[in-house]
Ligand binder design. Structure first.
Ligand code: ATP
Ligand code: MG
Length: 284
């Protein structure tokens, strides 16, 4: 009798079916996750939006914190960031209650705290603050019980804002683009996470690495992914996000991929990532 052949996924591990997560009977407190990589353009914002939308589809209450002055997550979620209070106002205590800043998106159960260019001034203002690394943690503490997961879309830097994100978080997810120099800088990022763990936030852990922009047709992308898996082993999610123009298109349309192109493989990829995130216990 022929043995059952198990297909291998792009990470070289068996490509197993991941079941849909169980419904939650109650909500909160949130697991707070920093989406972090100081390298630019690796898919942090795209993954924050679409993983958030996918978790919301599975009934999780999701809050995205746009923590980049570029405001890409805010724009990508179709939310207004001008002449409204933003994360900057919360960080500087100009607004005390995060509920006055949170906006609903078109996706059920998916909310956002917007950002705009004002946030670029925050680092300068915060330098002289007492406990300047803990300010975001203090903001999120006020609303954590109302969500199941809070995803912080970090800017591409390891400055004070990112340190605030790491100090506020239970875990870190690192999106890595499968291209040249993917691993460059990751050692420094992990060193920064370790420092934050030692000095500011003993509970923080690396929840995993998400390979993005994978093009299975190129030997190069396959080699990069192989190196990433060699280096980080089972920290690398089985779910790999392929390169597709539908993802930038969805951002331009200010929609999640689930709404913009529900039948596109990228939509299933982000749903699968959400299932894996729950299966691994990263999120309840
Ligand atoms: N899987 C993908 N396939 C093709 N394009 C993608 C994919 N993921 C993201 N992109 C596009 O690549 C660009 C960078 O992605 P994104 O903004 O998510 O990265 P980022 O890490 O948040 O960047 P930054 O460091 O500037 O904040 C965007 O134009 C985005 O639409
Ligand atoms: Mg971004």
């Amino acid at each position: 009798m022929a043995k059952n052949q198990v297909a291998l996924g792009p990470t070289g591990r068996p490509d197993l079916v991941i079941p849909a997560p169980q419904k939650l009977s109650q909500h909160g407190p949130a697991r707070i996750i920093a989406m972090c990589n100081q390298k630019g353009g690796v898919g942090k914002t795209t993954t924050t939006i679409n993983l958030g939308a996918a978790l919301a589809r599975y009934g999780r209450r999701v809050l995205i914190v746009d923590f980049d002055p570029q405001g890409a997550a805010t724009a990508g979620l179709g939310v207004q960031a001008h002449d409204v209070p933003t994360i900057y106002d919360l960080m500087l205590s100009k607004v005390k209650d995060p509920r006055e800043v949170i906006q609903h998106t078109d996706t059920n159960h998916l909310d956002v705290i917007p950002a705009n260019i004002d946030l670029s001034a925050a680092e300068v203002h915060l330098v002289t603050e007492v406990a300047r690394e803990q300010i975001l943690a203090g903001v999120l503490r006020k609303i954590s019980s109302e969500y199941d997961v809070i995803l912080i879309d970090c800017q591409p830097s390891l400055g004070l804002l990112t340190v605030n994100a790491l100090t506020a978080s239970h875990g870190v997810l690192i999106p890595l683009a499968c291209e040249f120099f993917a691993l460059r800088g990751v050692a420094l990022l992990i060193e920064t996470i370790e420092k934050v763990k030692d000095r500011l936030n003993p509970q923080i852990e690396l929840d995993g690495i998400i390979a993005t922009m994978y093009d299975a047709r190129t030997l190069h992308a396959r080699e990069v992914l192989e190196r990433v898996v060699d280096t980080f082993d089972d920290k690398v999610f089985d779910t790999v996000i392929a390169r597709t123009v539908k993802l930038p298109d969805a951002s331009v349309a200010a929609k999640s991929i689930l709404d913009y192109a529900p039948t596109n493989p990228a939509s299933e990829a982000y749903l699968k990532l959400a299932r894996e995130v729950v299966q691994r216990g990263v999120v309840a």
